[in-house]
Every structure is written in C-alpha cells, then in structure tokens.
Design a protein around this ligand. Structure first.
Ligand code: G
Ligand code: G
Ligand code: MN
Ligand code: NA
Length: 257
C-alpha cells in the first residue's frame, strides 16, 4: 500500500505533530489536563487524522516507533511549558497495545523521563479496554509499574470493549474515560443516563477519577456535573489545539485583570 511506504518515510522525515485537547474540571471549568493527539502532515494529502494511519502503523509493525515519537514529543513539550512557567497541567497520551505490551516499554518511558527531566506526575497513559484484554497478565505489571513511577493510567473508551468488568480489579488504574458514544445522547436517552450513572458509581467506589469524552453542549455538561463526573473533554470546551493556542488559553488573560 502506498500510504504504508509513506509512513516509513514520515518517521524518518519527522512529518508528525501533536495537538492538545483540554480536559476541564467540570465544577470549575478550569483546564486541568490535555490529551496529546497525533497528526500527520502528509506532503501530498495534507493533514491526516490518527484513524487514517494509526491502524496502518499497527499492522505494519511501526506503531512502537510512532508511539515513541509521541512520548518524546510530549516530554519535550512539557519541558518547554515548564520553562515558560505555564500551569503544571497533566498531559495524557495514547499508547497502542503493541507499545504498552512490549517488554522494553517501561525502560523507554524511564528514558524519556530522564532525558527531559520532567516529573512523572505530569504524564497519563491512556490504554483501551481491548488492549488490556489482549495483553493479559503482563498488563497488570506494566500498569502497576507506571503507577509506582507516579505516572497516571487511564482506561480509554471505557464501555466499548468486548470485555467483562474483571480487569477493573487490576491495580494501578487511576482514571476511567467514559466513551463519547454514551455521552452523545445525554440527557435525553434514559439508557445512556442509567449506563453513565452506573459507570460513575463503579469508578467512585473503586477510587478512580472520571473523565467524560465528547461533550458538545451545555445540557451534557450540566448532566455530567450533577451526576458527579470529575472532568470533561469535548468540542463544548475545545477541540485539539496547537501548542501556541493552548498556551494562550492557559496564560493569564490581561483583559480580565
Ligand atoms: O485525534 P483524534 O481525536 O481523531 O484521535 C483519535 C484516536 O487516535 C484517539 O482516540 C487515540 O486512540 C488515537 N491516537 C491519537 N494519538 C495517538 C498516538 O500518539 N498513538 C496512538 N497509538 N494512538 C493515538
Ligand atoms: O483517545 P480518543 O480516541 O478518544 O480520541 C478522541 C477523539 O475524539 C479524537 O478523534 C477527537 O478529535 C474526537 N473528539 C474530541 N472531542 C469530540 C467531541 O466533542 N465530539 C466528537 N464528535 N468528537 C470529539
Ligand atoms: Mn484517548
Ligand atoms: Na477515547
């Protein structure tokens, strides 16, 4: 496939960049975190979204290199924001199963932390349910080790995997990200209301923090706030932003002084 050959070239030519989607504390509206999302600036096709090349990278065995690029870029960005004295927000990044499950993963994380000098508390790894299921026992050790390093671990797209709830017993899960498919029809859908309330109750009793994805309007925001969800992400607050735009949002705004 053409795009596959381009992807190998892109890793060499460094054609990727990150956008950062804010995660907002629902109670205060404050930006407390961002999720780093990879983009590919293809020389002919223009800006490509991850669903157009992440599955391809996975099938071509290139995803570990891509995720390593993301990790380095995230650590560098955090270091630059620290130097610019921006608020020390958390930065979430996505890791595919092949990345998370690789025996060299923890060492590469430690190396990236050491090279950048950033605090592990600033990082949060997002991993999908299906990845956890696929990886089995090694996952628990990896999640536990990340947690022990001070790095956060989130279950991404929660509720969409074909799994049981058994993996919730694994230690080291700090956040549940409620998939946007459950958020879209809030608060009108009685089923989604029931499901989301149950998810929030499980998270609460397991001591996990909650982030709802795909919030697009005030009614969804209000419902989730009242239901006790801690954080939200979605176009209602912001799309993924280039670093300079995010910096403007995080810097004190002189017009309000
Ligand atoms: O950018 P967009 O909002 O379209 O992201 C879609 C999905 O692509 C994300 O939910 C995430 O699962 C995946 N994704 C984004 N960036 C990365 C990355 O750096 N590595 C991996 N493995 N997946 C990513
Ligand atoms: O990690 P994950 O696969 O969940 O990445 C988030 C994806 O959801 C990205 O592709 C992002 O562009 C998209 N997204 C983020 N906020 C919204 C939203 O409010 N509505 C919709 N439809 N998509 C969103
Ligand atoms: Mn994610
Ligand atoms: Na998600």
């Amino acid at each position: 496939l053409m795009l596959g050959a381009d992807l190998r070239q892109a890793l060499i030519r460094d054609e990727f960049h990150l956008v950062f989607q804010p995660s907002v504390e629902l109670r205060t509206g404050r930006i407390v975190a961002v999720e780093a999302l990879i983009r590919w600036r293809h020389p002919e096709r223009g800006e490509l979204m991850p669903d157009e090349f992440v599955p391809l990278a996975e099938s071509l065995g290139l995803i570990r290199r891509l995720d390593a690029w993301t990790m380095r870029a995230v650590c560098n960005q955090i270091r630059l924001w620290d130097q610019a004295k921006l608020p020390p927000i958390r930065v979430a990044l996505n890791a595919s199963a092949a990345t998370f499950g690789h025996p060299g993963f923890l060492d590469s994380v430690k190396q990236a932390l050491q090279a950048s000098g950033i605090s592990p508390k600033r990082l949060l790894f997002e991993i999908t349910e299906s990845a956890i299921l696929r990886l089995g026992e090694a996952t628990e050790q990896t999640m536990h080790a990340l947690h022990a390093l001070g790095i956060g671990v989130a279950i991404d797209d929660f509720g969409t995997g074909y799994s049981s709830l058994a993996y919730l017993k694994l230690s080291g899960i700090d956040y549940l990200k409620i998939d946007r498919s459950f958020v879209t029809d809030l608060p009108e859908s009685a089923n989604d209301v029931a499901i989301v309330e149950a998810m929030l109750a499980i998270a609460k009793s397991l001591g996990m923090c909650t982030i709802a994805e795909g919030i697009e309007n005030a009614a969804q925001h209000e419902f989730l706030l009242r239901a006790g969800c801690a954080e939200g992400q979605g176009y209602y607050y912001s799309r993924g932003l280039p670093p300079q735009e995010l910096e403007r949002m995080l810097s004190p705004n002189p017009r309000h002084e």
